[in-house]
Design a protein around this ligand. Structure first.
Ligand SMILES: CC(C)(COP(=O)(O)OP(=O)(O)OC[C@H]1O[C@@H](n2cnc3c(N)ncnc32)[C@H](O)[C@@H]1OP(=O)(O)O)[C@@H](O)C(=O)NCCC(=O)NCCS
Length: 180
């Protein structure tokens, strides 16, 4: 399913639209953007449109388009939600490199955690990052995620094997530093 509108100071999370697909595929053409992602190859326009339609129908995923100053800059999601166990796995791509390092990732992860813990009955968000992705590590930490383990030398990036760091944030810990 698509996520509802959430307004932040820097970002606006909104439901994706079919027309977003054309911009989205360009992000995956850029190896700087995909460097620390599990997907490293660009989808076709048709595949991307199908993916957006599939996401809209899937009750176990919540996906948003990310806007900054009215322009589409990325996507973020809570994937593979287990309603029985109350967790989901989050992911983000800010595909527009021009807006990296301005606090968008940090803010959207905070907004997404607030949504997960106040609008959905989730008790935990899981995530992760590949060693060296300092922006992701710090943005996640700012939203309350902490490291819970790592797969050693798990992914091949720029000629080196990098650890895959697993992270999570529990609702009970989130509540200690956030009011409802
Ligand atoms: C990772 C990503 C979501 C981070 O978003 P962002 O808007 O660039 O990050 P922010 O500006 O919110 O910065 C978050 C933190 O990282 C720091 N940071 C940002 N860019 C950094 C960099 N290149 N190196 C080190 N630290 C960096 C910021 O100072 C900030 O730290 P602070 O909270 O301690 O002040 C975004 O860069 C992105 O989508 N990259 C490509 C895809 C990707 O890697 N996705 C994540 C997969 S796990």
């Amino acid at each position: 399913m698509y996520g509802p509108l959430i307004e932040g100071k820097l970002v606006r999370l909104r439901p994706p639209k079919p027309d977003d697909a054309a911009a989205m595929i360009t992000w995956f053409e850029d190896m700087e953007v995909t460097r620390f992602l599990l997907r490293n190859h660009p989808p076709s326009l048709e595949e991307e449109k199908e993916w957006l339609e599939k996401m809209a129908r899937d009750p176990d995923q919540v996906i948003w388009a990310v806007e900054h100053k009215g322009a589409l800059v990325g996507t973020t999601a809570i994937h593979a939600i287990s309603w029985k166990n109350g967790f989901g796995t989050t992911g983000t791509v800010i595909g527009d490199k021009a807006v990296w390092g301005q606090g968008l990732g940090r803010e959207l992860m905070q907004l997404r955690a607030r949504y997960a813990f106040t609008q959905l009955p989730l008790r935990k968000l899981k995530s992760g990052y590949l060693a060296g992705n300092d922006a992701s590590a710090r943005a996640q930490a700012a939203a309350g995620y902490r490291e819970v383990g790592r797969y050693q030398k798990d992914m091949f990036i720029d000629g080196e094997w990098r650890d895959h760091v697993m992270t999570e944030v529990l609702r009970e810990d989130w509540l200690k530093s956030n009011s409802l």
